[in-house]
Design a protein around this ligand. Sequence first.
Ligand code: SF4
Length: 594
Amino acid sequence: MLDPHPRRHRNQFDPDPHERELVGIVEAILAADELDARALDRIVKNHPKNGTGLFSRSEVIAGFRRFAPGRSWAVDELAFIERLRMRPVRTQSGVTPVTVLTKPYPCPGRCIFCPNDVRMPKSYLRDEPGAQRAEDNRFDPYLQTWNRLAAYHSIGHPVEKIELIVLGGTWSFHPEPYQIWYVKRCFDAMNDFGAGMDRCAEAGAPTVDFSEIPAIDGRALESTSYNRVIRDALTRSHGGALVHESEAATWAELEIAQRTNEVAACRNVGLAFETRPDEITPGEVQRLRRLGGTKVQIGIQNLSDRVLAMNRRGHDVAATRRALALLRAAGFKIHAHWMPNLLGATPDGDIEDFSKLFGDADFRPDELKIYPCSLVESAELMAHHESGEWRPYAPAELLRVLMAGMARTPRYCRITRVIRDFSADDIVVGNKVANLREVAERALAEQGVRCREIRAREIRGEPFRQEDLRLSEHGYATSIGREVFLEYTTPADQLVAFLRLALPEDRTQPGELGGSAIVREVHVYGTSLALGRRAGGRAQHIGLGRKLIARARQLAADAGYGDLAVISAVGTRAYYRSLGFRDGPLYQHADTTA
Ligand code: SF4
């Protein structure tokens, strides 16, 4: 049965009945000379909840927020939270990620490795952490966004700068009114949360109970089964339509929500969509941009037409080349998905394929998810496994492929994942080692090879001296011209900030970007901090972003471009205006000579 009460209502914590215990905990924490995990445990145990239970860290923070006013505690909320934060956290790359999933919906792909969990959007499994959250929130964009922000806030993470990641099936295949509505509702949630408003109760009632649809068995699968089942369920519930009439909004409505977000307390600083190469057209690129998109996650999977065809991807490598060129020319960041161990692949063939990813100027993604093919029950690959046509690589084979890939990844690319988040229970055969990245990194280190990709070099929360930083510039060819990757690093080659500058060869292309150099990304590391809060000298607040943009402007001018455009997120528009950029229809622009 559908849960009419999303998770938020089950988890709400009221500190008022626990004032004595929570004040005791806060004061003991503030009085402690050294606060390691054991000392914190002791303090919490000394002030039990309801006589026997233990307060969680988020409840202690809620207690601080509730009872600090009127007390003379010597620290503010940020300092208190920093005292509690024992471990590195997800937000150390500078922004807080919020991942949301679209509802189950047909996908134009027929990929044989793709899960067919009809309770989920295509390619996702219910046991994946993000998928569970989405289901708990009925795939509603407002509930998912608002509740994720609430969860972050409750454990003390700043939520002022949000990267929104919209996943699930093929985004571009959803009808445009649904896309606009979906993004608008995410913006509504950010705007409301920042303003202290909770309109979760107004979220529309669920229209389809996907959890009640019987599972599909991959062995008996026709390639259209998922689509047929989902199409039937949706149209049955929506009077013959694939989307409910309440799931639609207009561009004008979205633009109002976006303008509100420009000055909201909880701003969108990046927006990613997930789609397929053959869905990328000039019109689609414009639509993604109009929605506020800054990044595209794109499944390229393999760079051999033979392997793509065997796995029924439904597009060829030429489509991938075209898609990446269109996205790059429009300034989008390119987050590619690549899969070793597909049907028809071999370890040596995959290593060669990976070399093409960066050896061929038509690809060269900015970020990369490596998803070794794992067999799940509902995928059509089951039949190929049982017939003996496909087998998972042995652990040593897979490790060899990953090590070769990680060693070949250049310093301008970030490997965001090396395995998919499937639970071991869902994997019939295939890799079940959750920390494969660490295993591969260790094995490379034993051979004296250090990974240079971005994630391996990020400074995270470590201190550094500004005067030690070095600015370097790395140029490389792309399908549309030249790219310069500018980076600030420490003497130990830790990455503190970077900028991606595209210098298109064709300066006569029509439209807003004709003749422009394009800033595709500016990223400054350091714990994500509340806008306007003092940061005690961390990276985000020593003007590295500003310096990188000034240098990009100079490089663009030197190369003869009169205009520098930036693919700004909605919530960073005000920042770029403060640097002298003016608004264009879809980008912001600065004269390089000014
Ligand atoms: S395009 Fe993506 S979501 Fe669709 S079937 Fe292929 S892998 Fe699955």
